[in-house]
Design a protein around this ligand. Structure first.
Ligand code: WT7
Length: 637
C-alpha cells in the first residue's frame, strides 16, 4: 500500500491545513478517493450544528471490512494483520495474516447470521483482548450489525444499562479473561446482567480461560461449535453488506456529567476515512512496520487504533491481552523486543507507573526497532514525557501526544510524528481538517496567542459523533448547545505564544482516572446505593500515577462504628455497580456538605479541599452552613 495523503514535511502540513480550511470538501474528497467504494458520494458534506445534522459522503455505498480486509488480499494476503501476545509470556503468541483474518471474519459473520443477526441489529461484545474480539467486531461490520463493545472491567449493572439502552439482541462474550494475575469470569457477569435484559435472545461464548460456566439452553451457544457448523456448511462466502455512508457502524458508551453514560454513535464512511487518515499521518506509519497500541478495544482508542485505522491501512497491528506490569514491569519492553515493534502508542498513566519501577526492567531490552512513540487519553506531565523520550525512545523517536475523544472518532490535535514540532505537555497543532477555537464563558471566540479558554471545534470533520443512541436531544444539549454553532469538547485549553495547544483538563464534572473517563454523578449514584449512605459528593484530585484520583465526601446514616470496614463496603458497592475502575481512592466521612441556600453542592470548595488548597477556598459566605467547611477541612485525608 502507498499512502498518497501522508504528509511528509512541515510545508506539506501547512499547505494541507490551509487547503482543508479554504476547500474542506475538496480536501476530504482527495483523501476519500483512496478507499474502496461500492458507489462514490454525491456530496462530500452537508451540515448544521444547530440540530445537529452532519452528513459526510452522502450517497456513497461501502463496507468498512472490504477496506480493512478484501482490498488487501491481493497484495498483503500473506502479511501479518494481527500479532497477538497473550497475558502469560509462556503461552504461544498468534499471528493472523490478512488472508486468515478475512477467512475468520467471514466464518464468524456466518455464525452471526445463523444466530439471526441482521443489518441494523445491535450486538453487545464483552470479551477480553483476544483476536476473536477483533474478529467479532469486524464480523458485525461485515453484515451491517451495529457493535457496542463494553470494556471487560465493567460490572453486570453497567453492561445491563448499556444493553437495555441499545436494545441489543445478541451478546458475544468469553468464558473468562486473563488480565495479569487475575481471571475475570466474563460469562458469569453476563449471566447476571442478562437477568434484566429481555431483548437479548442469544449469547455466543468463546473459550479462553476454561472457567466453568453455565450455558442456558436455547440462549447460549459456544463460539467453537458454531464455527464447526459453518465449516460443515462448507464456509459459504459472506459478501459484505452494502452500507450507506451514514448508516451506523457502532455505538460506544462513554461517561458525561450526568449519571447515565451515553451511546456515542459513529457512522460508516466518515469514521473509516478519519480513522485511517489520522492513523497514517499521526504515526507516519510505513508499510511493513509493526505497530503496537496498548489500549483495550473496549475504548475508542482500541476501535480506531487497534482495529479500524491500522487494518484499513494494511498495517500489522499488535494486540496484547495483558497488563504492563505482569509478570513484571518489563512486559511492554519485552514485547517491543520480541516483535521488533516500530510504533508504540500508550497512555501516560502506564508510563508513569512503569517509571516508578526504575530502569531495571528497561535495561538489556532491545528497543532499537522503535521509530515513533505516542501517548493518549490524558495530559502527560513533563517528567513522564522526558522519561519516555530518553529511556524508551533513546532520544531519537518523535513523541506524538494525541488529544481526542470518544466523540471525535480519531485524533484531532497532535504532533505529526517527526513532521510537525513537538513540545512536552502539549498536543501542539490541529491535524489538517480540524479547526479548533477557544471561547470564553459567553461563547465569544478568544483570538490571538497566549490565551486560555473552552476548547471547541468550529467545522465538521468526518469522524465526528452523529448522535447519542436513542436520544438525539441529549447529543444536542451536551455538545452543540453550550456555544452556538460550535462543537464543545468539555475541555479547557491553553494556546501558547507559539500557537500550540495544551489541554488543561475537563471543565465539566467528568474525571479522567488512568485515562478512563468517569462521571462524578455516576460514582455518587453508586455510592448512594450503599445502605448506610445518606448523601455523597465526588471530586477529582491530582494523583501521581492515575493523573486524577477519586475523592468521595460521604454522609453516613449512623455514626460510623468501623470506618475502615464501611469504606471497604462502599468501595465494593461502587465496584459492583460500575466496575473496579470507579472505586474511590479516598473516602472522607462528613456530617454535612457545603451547599448553597438553594441546595446545590458547591463542588468548587470540595475540589479545593481535595487538592489540598485549604487556605484558598474563595467566597464561602453564600453557604447555608459555613461551619461545615471547617469540619471538612479538619478531616481532610
Ligand atoms: C478526554 C476524552 C482519546 C481517546 C481516549 C480517551 C482527555 C484525551 C488527551 C491528551 C490531555 C487528553 C480529554 C478528553 N484527553 N487525550 N492527549 N491530553 N487530555 O477518550 O474517554 O473519550 O476521553 O480525555 O479530557 O476530553 P475519552
Amino acid at each position: 500500500m502507498s499512502y498518497p495523503y501522508q504528509l511528509k514535511n512541515f510545508e506539506d502540513y501547512q499547505q494541507a491545513w490551509q487547503h482543508s480550511v479554504t476547500d474542506p470538501e475538496g480536501f476530504w474528497a482527495n483523501v476519500a478517493d483512496h478507499f474502496y467504494w461500492r458507489r462514490k458520494w454525491d456530496k462530500v458534506l452537508e451540515w448544521d450544528f444547530k440540530q445537529p445534522d452532519v452528513k459526510w459522503f452522502t450517497g456513497a455505498k461501502l463496507n468498512i471490512t472490504e477496506n480493512c480486509l478484501d482490498r488487501h488480499l491481493g497484495t498483503l494476503g500473506h502479511q501479518p494483520a494481527i500479532i497477538w501476545e497473550p497475558n502469560d509470556p509462556d503461552e504461544r503468541h498468534r499471528i493472523l495474516t490478512y488472508r486468515e483474518l478475512y477467512t475468520k471474519v467471514c466464518q464468524f459473520a456466518n455464525v452471526l447470521k445463523n444466530n439471526g443477526v441482521k443489518k441494523g441489529d445491535r450486538v453487545c461484545i464483552y470479551m477480553g483482548m483476544i483476536p476473536e474480539l477483533a474478529i467479532a467486531v469486524l464480523a458485525c461490520a461485515r453484515i451491517g450489525a451495529i457493535h457496542s463493545v463494553v470494556f471487560g472491567g465493567f460490572s453486570a449493572q453497567s453492561i445491563a444499562d448499556r444493553i437495555q439502552d441499545a436494545q441489543a439482541t445478541l451478546v458475544i462474550t468469553c468464558d473468562g479473561a486473563f488480565r495479569g494475575s487475575k481471571d475475570i469470569p466474563l460469562k458469569s457477569v453476563i449471566d447476571d446482567a442478562l437477568m434484566a435484559c429481555p431483548s437479548v435472545k442469544k449469547v455466543i461464548v468463546c473459550t479462553r480461560t476454561r472457567t466453568p460456566v453455565s450455558m442456558l439452553k436455547g440462549r447460549d451457544v459456544w463460539w467453537e461449535d458454531e464455527i464447526k457448523q459453518v465449516e460443515t456448511m462448507g464456509n459459504p462466502p459472506v459478501p459484505a453488506e452494502e452500507m450507506d455512508a451514514e448508516d451506523m457502524l457502532f455505538i460506544l458508551y462513554t461517561s458525561g456529567s450526568t449519571g447515565k453514560p451515553k451511546g456515542v454513535v459513529h457512522t460508516c464512511a466518515g469514521y473509516m476515512v478519519y480513522a485511517n487518515y489520522t492513523f497514517i499521518n499521526t504515526f507516519q506509519y510505513k508499510p511493513g512496520q509493526v505497530y503496537f497500541c496498548t489500549a483495550d478495544i473496549g475504548w475508542i482508542t482500541g476501535h480506531s487504533y487497534i482495529v479500524y485505522g491500522p487494518l484499513s491501512a494494511g498495517a500489522t497491528t499488535l494486540m496484547f491481552e495483558g497488563v504492563p506490569t505482569y509478570p513484571d514491569a518489563g512486559r511492554f519492553w519485552d514485547i517491543v523486543d520480541k516483535f521488533r515493534v516500530n510504533v508504540l502508542y500508550t497512555a501516560p498513566t502506564a508510563i508513569r507507573s512503569l517509571m516508578g519501577f526504575g530502569l531495571g526492567p528497561v535495561n538489556h531490552k532491545d528497543l532499537s526497532s522503535l521509530t515513533t512513540l505516542g501517548t493518549v487519553g490524558e495530559p502527560i506531565n513533563e517528567e513522564a514525557w522526558h522519561w519516555y523520550k530518553d529511556q524508551i525512545g533513546k532520544g531519537h523517536c518523535p513523541i506524538t501526544d494525541t488529544w481526542w475523544q470518544t466523540e471525535t472518532g480519531g485524533i484531532m490535535i497532535a504532533p505529526i510524528a517527526g513532521v510537525t514540532p513537538e513540545k512536552p505537555g502539549y498536543a501542539t497543532l490541529p491535524l489538517p481538517g480540524i479547526q479548533p477555537v477557544l471561547v470564553d464563558e459567553n461563547g465569544k471566540e478568544i483570538e490571538g496567542n497566549g490565551v486560555n479558554g473552552n476548547l471547541c471545534i468550529k467545522f465538521p470533520w468526518p469522524g465526528m459523533i452523529r448522535t447519542t443512541y436513542g436520544d438525539h436531544e441529549r447529543c444536542r444539549t451536551t455538545y452543540f448547545a453550550t456555544f452556538e454553532n460550535l462543537y464543545f469538547t468539555g475541555d479547557g485549553c491553553l494556546r501558547d505564544e507559539d500557537g500550540y495547544y495544551r489541554i488543561t483538563g475537563r471543565v465539566d464534572d467528568v474525571l479522567n482516572v488512568s485515562g478512563h473517563r468517569i462521571g462524578t454523578a455516576e460514582v455518587e449514584n453508586a455510592i448512594n446505593m450503599h445502605a448506610g449512605v445518606v448523601e455523597s459528593a465526588v471530586v477529582g484530585y491530582p494523583h501521581e500515577i492515575k493523573g486524577q484520583g477519586i475523592y468521595a465526601f460521604v454522609i453516613s446514616e449512623m455514626h460510623v462504628k468501623d470506618p475502615d470496614l464501611t469504606k471497604k463496603d462502599i468501595m465494593q458497592t461502587v465496584a459492583r455497580i460500575i466496575g473496579p475502575i470507579a472505586k474511590p481512592d479516598k473516602i472522607q466521612f462528613v456530617s454535612g456538605l457545603p451547599k448553597t441556600r438553594s441546595g446545590k453542592i458547591m463542588r468548587r470548595i470540595l475540589r479545593k479541599i481535595a487538592e489540598g488548597e485549604l487556605d484558598n477556598l474563595g467566597d464561602t459566605s453564600t453557604l447555608l452552613d459555613p461551619a461545615v467547611v471547617e469540619e471538612i477541612k479538619r478531616g481532610k485525608l
